[in-house]
Ligand binder design. Structure first.
Ligand code: CTP
Length: 447
């Protein structure tokens, strides 16, 4: 019996896939098809796959061409599979010509002509791409624009800025560069906002009133009432309003959360997160001050994220200890927030005028999680126990600081109009609540 093996993502199964499978099958008597796992695709940079692994397997199964379907989960697995299943022929489309010659050591390798004119990528991009506008801090927007190019389904078409003279070269080709916000809103169906938090409420409100979806850097507002109003407006106008906290979308962070929530370190008793980055600011320069995010707005949402995601938002008391640049100017050089829950505590330290070790530690009754600095670009974490022999280390590739995964999720939410958010509304609201207390000098101690 001649055994043949082939591999692929098989997203949105199309004619090109079926032709490939038919020809693969006819090369032998038994066809094994390896379908790539979501994580494996993500780790090799294929982030736009639309169907789940189960749906893609179902698609291959329904062709009735595969005698056996396996899941491809790791780099180098092909060698293992060929040996394990006693494979005689490895075959794949000619887009991979030469790439798998190293398998000739183990079996015959045959490249089949790829069917012209069709691919999953084409089908995905034929779906209407969302037209996106950008507002805010230009240096970061350049990064954002670059990252958006990795994602199918988003087309950045414009930028709104008060200062269009200083638009960097990378953005000069955008079809709409304007200092008229209404003009931008008339050209887009979605918006990414990274303007100063004081401007968020008005900008988001106006966008939602035009039926435009919004992805906004956290905090979405600095007043919980305004936050509620915006969320209600989003629902009534069939829009999504999403907190842009890219750390949440890194695979290592997601896995870490799942590990802890499934009891991997016992009951969580303490969460300690520190985020700092020195930024010298001239507080007498009003323009600079109005543009610059203070420590609590810039870092607070990220630092509070694991606290609220793990310990919840109910029954929490907190004290905000802050060092202001000047008492009447709410620009904090350094802020520490101590949270007390009925059965746990947490602390976050955020600063733009003080430097510290940017680590995250989650302490539980059986062990603890340690994420080294800079923890907010999570790609690695350690689980440590009393007996060091039980310690575990996890690494997951992080591309684009989580931005591209955040965008993929935003597109999914826009397409499904889902209000079931990965960063829950409760978590976003509690972040706003704490920041609002800071501005209202509630629960606050100045040092
Ligand atoms: N294939 C083919 N002809 C096509 C598309 C794919 O022969 N028009 C083959 C590929 O060469 C591979 C298998 O089908 O052997 C699975 O490919 P996959 O990467 O899943 O499909 P693509 O359509 O190429 O997907 P994408 O656009 O996401 O890369």
């Amino acid at each position: 019996m001649i055994k043949v093996i082939t591999y692929g993502t098989f997203d949105l199964l199309h004619y090109g896939h079926i032709r490939l499978l038919e020809r693969a099958k006819s090369l032998g008597d038994y066809l094994i098809v390896g379908v790539t796992a979501d994580d494996f695709d993500r780790s090799r940079g294929k982030i736009n796959v639309q169907q789940s692994l189960m749906d893609r397997i179902e698609g291959v199964k329904n062709t009735n061409l595969a005698d056996e379907i396996i899941v491809e989960e790791y780099e180098g697995q092909k060698i293992d599979d060929i040996k394990r299943y006693g494979v005689d022929i490895f075959t794949i489309g000619s887009d991979w010509l030469g790439k798998f010659d190293y398998l000739k050591e183990y079996c015959k390798v045959i490249y089949l002509d790829r069917t012209e004119g069709i691919s999953s990528t084409d089908i995905r991009s034929q779906k209407r791409a969302h037209k996106m506008g950008l507002i805010g801090d230009v240096p970061f927007l350049v990064k954002f624009l670059k990252e958006s190019q990795f994602v199918n389904g988003i087309d950045v078409v414009g930028i709104y800025s008060n200062n269009i003279e200083i638009i960097p070269d990378e953005m000069k080709n955008l079809p709409c560069i304007t200092n008229d916000y209404e003009e931008l809103l008339s050209k887009v169906d979605s918006l990414y906002i990274i303007s100063h938090p004081f401007l968020h409420y008005e900008q988001i409100k106006q966008a939602l009133e035009h039926g435009i979806h919004v992805l906004c850097e956290s905090p979405i507002a600095i007043d919980p009432k305004q936050f509620d109003e915006l969320n209600a407006l989003a629902i009534s106008n069939n829009c999504v309003l999403v907190d842009a906290l890219r750390t949440a979308y890194s695979m290592a962070y997601e896995r870490l959360m799942l590990f802890v929530k499934s009891g991997g370190i016992g009951q969580v008793k303490s969460v300690d997160a520190t985020c700092t980055s020195i930024r010298n600011i001239d507080i007498n320069n009003k323009t600079e001050l109005a543009r610059t995010w203070n420590s609590i707005c810039d870092w607070g949402p990220t630092a509070m994220l694991p606290v609220f995601q793990l310990l919840g938002t109910n029954d929490v008391k907190y004290t905000i200890i802050t060092n202001l640049a000047e008492s009447n100017i709410l620009y904090d050089n350094f802020t520490k927030i101590d949270f007390i829950y009925p059965h746990a505590v947490a602390s976050v330290k955020v600063a733009k005028g003080v430097k510290s070790e940017g680590e995250l530690i989650i302490s539980g009754t059986n062990g603890y999680i340690y994420v080294p600095a800079p923890w907010w670009k999570t790609d690695y974490f350690e689980v440590r126990y009393e007996n060091p022999e039980n310690n575990k280390r996890y690494f997951y590739q992080l591309d684009g600081e989580g931005l591209r995964y955040e965008l993929v999720d935003f597109i999914k939410q826009m397409d499904t109009l889902s209000h079931d958010k990965y960063i829950s509304e409760k978590v976003s609201r509690e972040i706003v609540n704490v920041i609002s207390d800071f501005y209202n000098k509630k629960n606050i101690v100045e040092i």
